[in-house]
Design a protein around this ligand. Sequence first.
Ligand code: SIN
Ligand code: FE2
Length: 225
Amino acid sequence: MPAHTPPPSSGDLFGSPDEEAPWDEPIAPGAVLLRRYACARAPALLAAVKAIAAAAPFRHLITPGGQRMSVAMTNCGAQGWISDRRGYRYGPRDPLSDQPWPAMPDILAELAREAAARAGYADFAPEACLINLYRPGARLTLHQDRDELDLRAPIVSVSLGLPATFLFGGLQRADPTRRFPLVHGDVAVWGGPSRLAFHGIAPLRDGLHPATGDSRVNLTFRKTR
Ligand code: SIN
Ligand code: FE2
């Protein structure tokens, strides 16, 4: 090797010099943040989201209590999560069009499966991908993901675009909540003893991100039954 050859940089391995190698940050039993895990695939993920939203537009769902959610949502996959006056549930069709939800692109399903495996959950096969769109001010109050029938499967949640603050508590609503920053490419996986942990997203702060402009996109993968 000639003396002037530079040492291999992370750019050789991870696509571009500003992409760091992912690292794992356990936050609770069964729960881990896979830092920057989705960075390299983010452009393809966002292109897929754009195509999905062209067929099944983002909309602000109404809670059973009659509140308009500040986060706009759509879905892809065999099942989509919806909320209306009748309650929270999964269904195979977009209520806006009465068409099936767009299929889950392989690039999404593969990312979810690989992230789950890295977090210790082998053979994760999500049927549902809820796509959340946050604009500044949008938030998700503390809640449990408990509309799924099979609680053995984890939740895999991918953050893209503007940073957010993830609130992660315990199994009781009143348990103390810790705050974790989530940035572009971070993936949170929680299951096992943390599967029913209360969690949420603090109100999104103003900002501009090169990949998403003035918004944050979150992909939440779930096995629903
Ligand atoms: C969720 O709890 O369903 C989404 C969390 C997030 O936006 O990171
Ligand atoms: Fe959730």
